[in-house]
Design a protein around this ligand. Structure first.
Ligand SMILES: [Ca+2]
Length: 258
């Protein structure tokens, strides 16, 4: 049940690239996320933070698409959007397989320009998107517009009472960006002349980028060549802090994580 766009999205070939339009776009999808602690299952597997922004709304914990903390006070989950966005709406999918859904109550969603973990008072509120007191329903996917749009890079879900935290997906919706702008800088008509760690085919650059992001569940795809003439999608694992040597190539575009 992967979910990329809220209302309206399409992909068209235009000047040999791919244009993606959406009214509201989930800018949290696959971004780095963190939480107050990691709960381990009986096999010592972690219900880590990334399970709450993996694009899968499955609300059964055993299927491993929900995050789970220890019994923290406060318990929190946070995503780094890797850029400043105007956050307009939050969509939360609650756990639905047992009474644990009642844990998702008395929480607050707030937005920060800088990482609140670096603050001397982590619990201080940022720009509040909204506050919810009553519990979400069992397996409910709840959509709520921010009281006023909140501008920032870090979006935090925090609950001040002591309890475990289980949320299956948190979507952070903004209207201002395309997927390319979210994740990658592009060098048009350039090619990275290295052997990719993985190659597949994609009809447009958008599809190639999406496939790169989807591989982040278990590996780090950070750069790619998209070859327009052959539709080859070549993926690389590079340190995004260092731009590699590229060569001019009129058939290819090179994308690298920001
Ligand atoms: Ca999920």
């Amino acid at each position: 049940m992967a979910l990329g766009y809220l209302t309206f999205a399409f992909c068209v070939t235009y000047l040999q690239t791919c244009l993606v339009l959406a009214d509201l776009y989930n800018v949290a999808l696959y971004k780095p996320s963190y939480q107050s602690s990691d709960f381990l299952d009986r096999n010592n597997l972690s219900f880590w933070a990334a399970l709450a922004n993996d694009g899968n709304l499955d609300y059964n914990l055993d299927n491993r698409h929900c995050q789970h903390t220890l019994e923290d006070q406060p318990g929190w989950w946070m995503v780094d959007l890797r850029g400043v966005y105007t956050v307009e709406q939050i969509i939360i999918t609650n756990r639905g397989d047992d009474s644990s859904y009642l844990r998702t109550q008395n929480y607050q969603i707030d937005v920060f320009q800088t990482d609140p973990r670096l603050s001397s008072n982590f619990q201080a509120a940022g720009v509040v998107c909204y506050i919810r007191v009553e519990p979400l329903g069992q397996g409910e996917t709840y959509t709520r517009n921010c009281t006023t749009p909140a501008v920032g890079r870090f979006v935090r879900f925090i609950r001040y009472t002591k309890d475990y935290m289980n949320v299956c997906e948190i979507q952070v919706m903004s209207s201002q960006a395309t997927i390319q702008e979210n994740y990658f800088s592009v060098r048009k008509n350039y090619l990275l002349p290295q052997t990719p760690y993985y190659t597949t085919h994609a009809g447009c650059s958008y599809t190639c980028i999406t496939q790169c992001l989807q591989r982040r569940d278990n590996e780090t795809c950070t750069a790619l060549n998209w070859i327009r003439t052959s539709n080859e999608c070549q993926m690389f694992k590079l340190d995004p802090r260092f731009m590699p040597m590229l060569q001019s190539d009129l058939t290819s575009d090179f994308y690298m994580e920001k």
